[in-house]
Design a protein around this ligand. Structure first.
Ligand code: NAP
Length: 691
């Protein structure tokens, strides 16, 4: 039978690498799956193709367009997920492990697709608010963030061949940047299977994704200043790549996610018999066995109060004893294998290092009983619990990562000691504390956060919905200081920023309005012939303005508003109580000013405005006293396109109307022309084109 050879995807072609082939084997059976090589590839041409072919169409798309592209991709991959599960079993992963990799990865694409509602309507992002840099306001500053014109080069670890690719690519595609993915060779057959599906789908523009299955060769010799390199893997490789001369010479951003000696702490209140004790034991058991312990976030150090070490050791051992190990496809199996024999050798070597400072209290590194498989052929290893009674003397536990089902139990004296021990890891991705004591949680989190990228407080209140110590979420940052690599990825919008260039822009308010496509205070405006509420979404332009009628504020207004709202705060009601305050008389309610402003700018009859969506910012800047006259300058500040919901079984006609969100700047001035209240309100506005 002809041997299967994996293929690289480069410049729109599937290409088999030449020269020496690496053999990739089934982690469970040891059978040869495929061979692979990246020999003969022109990595310089590959990066150039990404920059020149993949970059331009992605950059041209707006955030909503990129988001819709990602959503379509995620839906497509979800439909094909079964094929990936079948391949994933061959990496030694159980169904639950594969779920994290496959559906967790696709979920990440969905989550990034949803960011389309948070990043604006343009191909670039407008960051924060305008900054006034002159006395009279004719010269202001702002920040825009535009897509980098390079390629995102992702060098990934072997443990999550799909999640590792998708969690990174979803972000760079959202930013408008193409990717070159280089998965770890040993499990690259799974990444290749998914890339084939992605390319077949034709959902991404050509050049948005290229794949290297094999060694990275001289890839980094070709990176340029507009590229971004991300690395996930061992600290030793990461450090080597981080100081690559080309990375330094071209100032290429390099994001590193490396090994991490993550800890879990049992707080003093979580004694046996409490829900927190049980949750702690369950979490440790899960962390040690999920993905056979090959998780960068896995618990490596288990810290418990001195007096509870025995109890915890017994409870964890009992839990681990119930783990059925074997072929992930066999009935009842809860834990699969490591990804290959070479990885098992590495785990054993690191375990020997750890044993120099710890004793083995559960498990057998040399033999394991398996179900539905041949223990000799697969890369199996049962869970191993170590115990280090002198964690300040035997430092191996804080320095050596055995990237498998291996964790070390250690005592601490008090919470300050636990904090200091957690910091001996010199920077970790995540730490968990099991406690129902808010003060203990404060002490630990405030004391140890400097050394951690994420912290989880485990207790009875969140237990049912807990996503787990080991699971990074697309909406939260993932990464950690020091040993963990010093990088940061994901985190919703924050992740996208890594692929955008932030540029400060300076000019007049009108010029900054033109550049940001957001109306800036003081910019030129245009008084529309019709009331803006009579204009459809497409007919509205940034800067379209209504100057309203005026309203004389009276004491009766204050009395009436107080009665209606029930707000009888002394400053509105009692002229004798104002000594020592900023007020010189009974002041109108800020909410009255805003409500009366609405009365001035709203056009009542039914029209294109479908509803009032809310208020984004609101400031009351100057007290308004009876006798003052207010007037509103009401300006179209920003427009955000919205999607029409597709027809569903529940609403076959598509109950939705085509519409967009319009943000309005409500500038309320008094008779002196000074602003007394400033707010941004949001309305939903119907489109002319309902198709
Ligand atoms: P690794 O040996 O450092 O390899 C990581 C990646 O780097 C692989 O794609 C590898 O390719 C590539 N690589 C190796 N040498 C290279 C070189 N000279 N130039 C360019 N690329 C090179 O790590 P691993 O054994 O695959 O992964 C396990 C480690 O990753 C563990 O320590 C784990 O803690 C860490 N990890 C961290 C995270 C995180 O998010 N922080 C996530 C997962 C894993 P080849 O496979 O072709 O050698």
């Amino acid at each position: 039978m002809k041997q299967m050879q994996l293929q690289n995807y480069i410049a729109g072609q599937w290409v088999a690498g030449t020269g020496t082939q690496t053999e990739l084997t089934d982690a469970i059976t040891g059978e040869l799956i495929a061979t692979t090589s990246s020999g003969g590839l022109d990595f310089g041409a590959m990066l150039k193709y990404g920059r020149e072919t993949g970059g331009p169409p992605l950059r041209k798309m707006t955030f909503p367009e990129r988001g819709r592209m990602l959503k379509a991709l995620a839906m497509y991959l979800m439909e094909r997920k079964e094929e990936f599960y079948q391949v994933s079993y061959r990496t030694g992963a159980t169904k639950a492990d594969s779920w994290v990799d496959i559906e967790g990865g696709i979920g990440n694409v969905f989550a990034n697709a949803s960011l389309r509602r948070a990043l604006g309507n343009m191909p670039f992002y407008v960051d924060g608010e305008a900054i006034r840099t002159s006395k009279n306001g004719s010269f202001i500053g702002h920040h825009i963030m535009v897509p980098k014109e390079g390629v995102a080069v992702h060098i990934n670890a072997f443990n999550f061949p799909i999640w590792g690719m998708l969690e990174k690519c979803a972000v760079n595609w959202m930013a408008g940047v193409p990717a070159v993915v280089k998965p770890a060779t040993v499990t690259s057959y799974l990444t290749e299977a998914m890339v084939k599906a992605i390319i077949e789908s034709k959902i991404l523009p050509e050049g948005a994704l290229q794949l290297i299955v094999g060694s990275a060769g001289d890839l980094l010799d070709h990176v340029e200043s507009q590229d971004v390199v991300t690395f996930t893997g061992s600290a030793s490789t990461g450090r080597k790549l981080k100081v690559h001369p080309r990375i330094i010479a071209e100032s290429v951003p390099f994001n590193m996610e490396a090994d991490s000696l993550n800890s879990i702490v049992l707080a003093p209140d979580a004694v046996p018999g409490t829900p927190e004790f049980d949750l702690f034991v369950k979490e440790v058991g899960r962390e040690m066995t999920l993905k056979c312990g090959q998780r960068c976030t896995g618990v490596r150090r288990i810290m418990v109060p001195e007096r509870l070490v025995e109890d915890v050791q017994q409870a964890i051992s009992k839990r681990l004893a119930g783990t059925v190990i074997g072929d992930p496809r066999a009935e009842g199996v809860r834990m699969g294998s490591l990804v290959g024999m070479a990885q098992r050798e590495e785990v054993r070597a690191n375990l020997n290092e750890l044993l120099k400072g710890s004793e083995l209290v559960y498990g057998d590194p040399k033999s394991v009983e398996v179900t539905g498989a041949d223990a000799k052929k697969g890369a199996f290893m049962g869970p191993i619990l170590l115990r280090n009674d002198k964690p300040w003397k035997n430092l191996q536990s804080h320095e050596v990562e055995a990237f498998g089902p291996v964790s070390t139990l250690m005592p601490y004296k008090d919470l300050d000691d636990a904090i200091a021990l957690s910091k001996l890891g010199k920077g970790s991705l995540v730490a968990t504390i099991a406690t129902n004591d808010e003060q203990a949680a404060q002490q630990f989190v405030w004391g140890a956060a400097s050394h951690h990228g994420r912290m989880l407080v485990l207790n009875r209140d969140m237990a049912k919905e807990n996503t787990g110590h080991g699971s990074p979420l697309a909406t939260l940052v993932h990464g950690g200081p020091g040993r963990a690599g010093g990088g940061e990825e994901m985190g919703g919008k924050r992740g996208v920023m890594h692929y955008l260039q932030r540029t400060a822009i300076q000019g007049s308010p009108s010029m900054i309005t033109a550049l940001t496509q957001q109306y800036q205070q003081g910019a030129r405006y245009h008084i529309t012939e019709k009331h803006p509420f009579r204009l459809h979404y497409e007919e509205l332009h940034i800067g379209d303005t209504l100057i309203t009628e005026k309203h004389l504020v009276t004491l009766q207004n204050i009395e009436d508003f107080a009665e209606l709202s029930g707000d009888k705060f002394y400053a509105h009601m009692d002229a004798n109580s104002l000594e020592g305050t900023v007020f010189t008389g009974r002041v109108a309610h800020g909410y009255f000013i805003l409500s009366r402003a609405a009365g001035l700018f709203v056009d009542p009859p039914k029209g294109p405005v479908l509803l009032n969506y809310g208020i984004e910012e609101c400031r009351f800047l100057k007290p308004v006293y009876p006798g003052s006259t207010i007037q509103v300058k009401f300006t179209c500040r920003e427009k955000l396109d919205q999607e029409k919901r597709p027809k569903t079984e529940d609403s076959p006609k598509g109950a939705d109307v085509a519409r967009g969100i319009v943000k309005w700047l409500v500038d309320v001035v008094d008779e002196t022309g000074e602003t007394v209240a400033l707010a941004t309100i949001l309305t939903m506005v119907r489109k002319l084109d309902q198709n």
